[in-house]
Design a protein around this ligand. Structure first.
Ligand code: CP
Ligand code: NVA
Length: 300
C-alpha cells in the first residue's frame, strides 16, 4: 500500500506540489464545479480546540466537491474518555478517506499521522497552521501578483501562524521580516531551518524596521489557544498594527490577519476595517485553498 499523502506542514511539501494545490482553486473558485471529484469520499474532522473558519470551510469544501463530513470533538467521542489517538487513527482509517485534525499539541498530529492509513491534514496545532498559509498565499497573489516579488512583514507573536509563514517564505521564495519580542520569537529551530534552506527570513524586535517598505503586513492574536495571557499584552503593545505602522509600508500595501481578530489589541479598527485590509478575502480563500489540499490528499 502506498503511504498516505498527508498535509502536515509546508516544510514537508515541495514547491511544485504546493503550486499544484494552489492551481486547483482556479478550477472551482468562480462557481461551484458541476463535477464532484470527491463523490463517495468522507472527511473526518477532529477538533480539540474551537474553530469557525476551519470547520466551516473544510465542511463546505468537501460538500461542494461531492463528499461527506463527520465531525468529532473530544467531548462527544471516546477521545474524551481516554481512547488513544493511535487507536482512533486505526479505527477512522477503516471508515473515512481523509482526516483533518485541529490539535492542542503538534505531537498529537504526528501520532495521528503515524497510525492513520489515510491522509491526515493539519488544521492547526500549537506549532503551525499550514492550511491558513495556503489561503494567505492565494490572497496575496490575487491582490498583488506573484509572491516571489513581495516583502511580507509580520508584527506580533512568533506563534503557529508565524511558523507557517516562515515555512512558506522558504518554499515560495519571498522575503519575510518578523518583528517579535525576543521572548516570543518563533522557535529557533524554525529560524535555523529557514537560514539553512537559504530563505530570506529575518528577525527583529523593531516593528518599524520590519514593516518599512513592505508589500504585506500580517499579524495575529497576542494570545493563541492554549496560551496563558500572562504579561503578553504589555510585551506585545509595541507590535500593534495601527495606522502609524501601516504608514511605513508601501502606499498600496495590504493587511492580512488569519482571524479571529481582537480590535484594539494586535490591530486597530481603522486598519482591519480599512481599505488596505484583505481579511475577508483571506477568510473566503480558506474554502478555495482547502479544496486544493483535499484533492491533493485524495489524489483526485
Ligand atoms: N483562521 C482560523 O483558522 O480560524 P478558525 O480558528 O475560526 O478556524
Ligand atoms: N494563533 C491563533 C490562530 C487562530 C486561528 C491560535 O492558535 O489561537
Amino acid at each position: 500500500m502506498n503511504a498516505p499523502r498527508h498535509f502536515l506542514d509546508l516544510d514537508a511539501v515541495d514547491v511544485e506540489t504546493l503550486r499544484g494545490i494552489l492551481g486547483r482553486p482556479a478550477e472551482t473558485k468562480n462557481g461551484r464545479s458541476a463535477e464532484k471529484p470527491l463523490a463517495g469520499r468522507t472527511l473526518a474532522m477532529i477538533f480539540e480546540q474551537p474553530s469557525t473558519r476551519t470547520r466551516v470551510s473544510f465542511e463546505l469544501a468537501m460538500t461542494q466537491l461531492g463528499g461527506h463530513v463527520v465531525t468529532l470533538n473530544p467531548d462527544d467521542s471516546q477521545l474524551g474518555r481516554g481512547e488513544t489517538i493511535a487507536d482512533t487513527a486505526r479505527v477512522l482509517s477503516r471508515y473515512v478517506d481523509v482526516i483533518m485534525l485541529r490539535a492542542s499539541s503538534h505531537d498529537t498530529l504526528l501520532e495521528l499521522a503515524e497510525h492513520a492509513e489515510v491522509p491526515v491534514i493539519n488544521g492547526l496545532t500549537d506549532h503551525s497552521h499550514p492550511c491558513q498559509l495556503m489561503a494567505d498565499i492565494l490572497t496575496v497573489e490575487e491582490h498583488r501578483g506573484p509572491i516571489e516579488k513581495q516583502i511580507v512583514a509580520w508584527s506580533g507573536d512568533g506563534n503557529n501562524v508565524a511558523v507557517s509563514w516562515v515555512h512558506a517564505a522558504v518554499r515560495f521564495g519571498f522575503e519575510l521580516r518578523l518583528a517579535c519580542p525576543a521572548a516570543l520569537s518563533p522557535n529557533s529551530d524554525v529560524i535555523a531551518w529557514a537560514a539553512e534552506a537559504g530563505g530570506a527570513v529575518s528577525l527583529t524586535e523593531d516593528p518599524m524596521e520590519a514593516v518599512a517598505g513592505a508589500d504585506c503586513v500580517v499579524t495575529d492574536t497576542w494570545v493563541s489557544m492554549g496560551d496563558e495571557p500572562g504579561d503578553r499584552h504589555r510585551m506585545m503593545a509595541p507590535y500593534r498594527v495601527d495606522e502609524a505602522l501601516m504608514s511605513v509600508a508601501k502606499p498600496d500595501a495590504i493587511f492580512l490577519h488569519c482571524l479571529p481578530a481582537h480590535r484594539g489589541d494586535e490591530v486597530t479598527e481603522p486598519v482591519i476595517d480599512g481599505p488596505r485590509s484583505v481579511v475577508w478575502d483571506e477568510a473566503e480563500n480558506r474554502l478555495h485553498a482547502q479544496k486544493g489540499v483535499l484533492l491533493y490528499c485524495l489524489n483526485a
